[in-house]
Design a protein around this ligand. Structure first.
Ligand code: CA
Ligand code: CA
Ligand code: CA
Length: 214
């Protein structure tokens, strides 16, 4: 069966042939040894080449205007399901959108916090196809943090007490199930209660005292 496209209509890139049967609903044309799909350009008379001609190339090729379907009688692509020397086909050309990776951002970026602070970080993932997104947080740098739920969109944790200013780096990866994207952010942990040295005097001499407040 040869299907000519309307005049001045050509096959788009990434075209697929979708068809309908009452058994399967909509599905992409199944290709096997008895079912093939191919396409060709119209000839110099602006007609589609005869279906037996070798001008048909396998698949749906961009810019072509003729589609050739070879469908097995009663096969998977025949929507009357019976051997009756007739093929019933109800199909449309669709464009397959290749999956695109999600993008990600973290709401707080490169911020400074005092030691002991409770911090909440949220990741904002967006996916061009609105796929379901799964998050994973990991720590790359700095004093170990206990992350509340490393697979949540928002995590919270308490910064440890430190003896000097520290830098931590947290990475979040978002995946749509096939493609993933990562980003990271640095958090500065400020040592607000440093170890203080107090000098006390005694008779006949002096001694160093260390008072650790943190
Ligand atoms: Ca049939
Ligand atoms: Ca996607
Ligand atoms: Ca401290």
């Amino acid at each position: 069966m040869v299907i000519p496209l309307s005049e001045n209509v050509v096959l788009p890139k990434n075209a697929i042939y979708r068809q309908y049967t009452s058994k399967q609903g909509w599905f992409t044309f199944v290709e096997n040894s008895k079912n093939t799909i191919s396409s060709a350009l119209i000839n110099e008379h602006r007609n589609c080449p005869n279906g037996h001609f070798s001008s048909y190339n396998g698949g749906l090729n961009a810019q072509d205007n003729c589609i050739r379907l070879i469908i097995e009688d009663s096969g998977i692509n025949d929507s009357d399901f019976i051997i009756n020397s007739e093929i019933t086909d109800l199909g449309v050309i669709a464009v397959e959108q290749p999956n695109q990776a999600p993008s990600i951002s973290i709401d707080i970026h490169n911020a400074s916090f005092n030691e002991g602070s409770k911090v909440k970080l949220s990741a904002q993932g967006r996916d061009p196809e609105n796929d379901h997104l799964v998050y994973l947080w990991t720590q790359l740098l700095g004093p170990p943090l206990h992350l509340s739920d490393a697979s949540a969109k928002t995590i919270s944790f308490t910064l440890p007490n430190v003896k000097s200013n520290q830098v931590t780096e947290l990475k979040v990866t978002v995946t749509d199930g096939i493609l993933s994207t990562s980003t990271s952010t640095y958090l500065k942990v400020t040592d607000v209660f440093p170890i203080k040295k107090v000098l006390a005097s005694f008779d006949g001499g002096s001694a160093d005292w260390s008072i650790i407040i943190n």
